[in-house]
Design a protein around this ligand. Structure first.
Ligand SMILES: [Zn+2]
Length: 183
């Protein structure tokens, strides 16, 4: 995350933020105190709030505290979730093959879709999201789990994600029969 101080006007310090997902700007009172709110601006035009985790006073002298306060914003935390977590949760539940190098089935019919990562669909991700498939391992015939990325990290919105997932899966998805969130 790069933080650049733009200006201080009308009692607010204005910062440009780069590499913090959809957060691109924050404005913080120059007399802020620990626990006070500050303004957070998102790429989609909406605005939210963060909570100050620094000392009282001007935030331009406390860039580390500003960074921590931004990292503690709900949007930042949700956007930092990795689809890897979703995949690993399904591996925990469904994988019974314990081969060092599982050998997936070779035909598409042997792959069963068991999950699509729609978790926190309103938020961007650090990386893309996964479709997760189950297939019998050719060596042991037990189930092994594979992930396939289906959208770029900037994709958001449940309906949009569902349509991208369907396009990658190449057939209709029965959403009620699969896992879409591990929470
Ligand atoms: Zn196996």
């Amino acid at each position: 995350m790069q933080i650049t101080h733009n200006e201080t006007a009308h009692g607010f310090c204005d910062f440009d933020i780069v590499n913090a997902g959809s957060i691109y700007r924050v404005t913080v009172s120059d007399t802020i105190k620990n626990g006070d709110m500050f303004n957070v601006f998102y790429a989609n035009g909406s605005k939210g709030a963060g909570f100050w985790k620094g000392k009282a006073g001007c935030p331009t002298d406390q860039i580390m505290a500003l960074r921590q306060s931004i990292e503690n914003c709900e949007v930042f935390k949700q956007e930092s979730i990795d689809s890897e977590n979703f995949f690993l949760a399904l591996v925990d539940h469904h994988q019974s093959c314990s081969c060092t190098i599982p050998t997936p089935a070779s035909s598409k019919q042997d792959f069963t879709l068991i999950g699509v990562d729609l978790e926190s669909a309103d938020f961007q991700r650090d990386n893309g999201r996964y479709l997760v498939y189950k297939t019998p391992c050719k060596k042991c015939n037990e189930d092994t789990i594979f992930a396939h990325a289906f959208c770029p990290s900037s994709s958001t919105g449940e309906e949009h994600l569902k349509s991208l997932a369907t396009r990658h899966h190449r057939e209709a998805i029965n959403w009620d029969s699969i896992t879409t969130s591990t929470r």
